[in-house]
Design a protein around this ligand. Structure first.
Ligand SMILES: NC(=O)c1ccc[n+]([C@@H]2O[C@H](COP(=O)([O-])OP(=O)(O)OC[C@H]3O[C@@H](n4cnc5c(N)ncnc54)[C@H](OP(=O)(O)O)[C@@H]3O)[C@@H](O)[C@H]2O)c1
Length: 249
């Protein structure tokens, strides 16, 4: 059986990951990852050509279980992953003194170490032949800056960016590896911020291009995976409406 080439999108059950999946679904089969099967199924039916996409439900906090789960699924469905978008993420915010080790571990596993584990598997010939050619990590502008209570989130995204650069060098020329660094966009993760009128007003003031949308991030991911970006690797593409270059007082 000739393997089917697909794009794996983690975190495709919600927010930016779902929007990215919808955008990428025009190009070919997707492997849609998330924990919530009902919401993954919802993403699948909203994609173009729903019948050609596959689901991979897995809790990425369970790092040790990724290999078995993913390898079995690829073999059973006759899939190989040509492009990988890591969008799954958790935002754990709170003062350091209240941070417990479980939350630290979960954040690092979901945001960073699962991306390492998945790429480690996808470059193995026995598992994925030499199918992989493009990787995009959805990082955050928080990888570049600090904010109160964001220590572990910032660290997880900085780690992802550092890994992205090293991987870009190691896997060239066969695989291009980049990161998209979004500013704040409204999703389940950030809903609480957007519901706060003061925060919303501040955002409208601080973002020179105004508040962005999930589709703005999906468009950047789509660009980095496309042939239009054939000479781009190892880069952090900031998509934040100019927020991080705005020093207006
Ligand atoms: N929204 C923003 O303003 C913003 C800004 C910068 C960066 N980002 C980044 O963008 C990415 C997507 O975030 P979002 O805003 O779209 O958030 P979201 O709507 O909450 O989506 C998060 C996704 O991650 C998945 N996920 C969470 N914990 C998981 C776990 N333990 N195992 C497997 N999957 C898990 C969720 O799957 P289930 O729902 O199925 O559990 C969901 O699909 C994240 O990496 C985030 O850090 C977001």
């Amino acid at each position: 059986m000739t393997p089917e080439l697909c794009t794996l999108v983690t975190g495709a059950s919600s927010g930016i990951g779902r929007e990215t999946a919808l955008r990428l679904s025009q190009h070919g089969p997707l492997l849609l990852h998330g924990r919530d099967v009902a919401r993954l199924e919802e993403t699948r039916v909203r994609c173009q050509h729903p019948e050609r996409h596959h689901l991979w439900p897995h809790d990425l906090a369970d790092l040790a279980g990724i290999e078995r789960s993913l390898v079995q699924l690829l073999a059973a469905q006759g899939l190989q992953v040509a492009r990988f978008v890591h969008c799954a993420g958790v935002l754990q915010v709170g003062p350091l003194r209240l941070l417990d080790r479980g939350a630290i571990e979960r954040t690092m596993n979901v945001n960073f170490l699962s991306a390492v584990e998945i790429t480690r598997l996808l470059v193995r010939k026995k598992i994925n032949e030499k199918a992989l050619n493009g990787v995009v990590f959805v990082s955050s502008t928080a990888s570049q800056f600090g904010a109160k209570g964001f220590g572990i989130y910032c660290a997880s995204k900085s780690a992802l960016d550092g890994y992205m650069r090293a991987l870009a060098v190691e896997l060239a020329p066969a695989v291009r590896v980049n990161a998209v660094l979004p500013g704040a966009v409204r999703t389940a993760m950030t809903e609480h911020m957007f519901e706060d009128a003061d925060v919303l007003e501040r955002m409208q003031r601080d973002y020179p291009l105004g508040v962005g949308e999930q589709a703005d991030i999906a468009a950047a991911v789509n660009f980095l995976l496309s042939d239009e970006a054939r000479w781009v690797t190892g880069q952090q593409l900031v998509v934040d409406g100019g927020r991080t270059v705005n020093i207006t007082g």
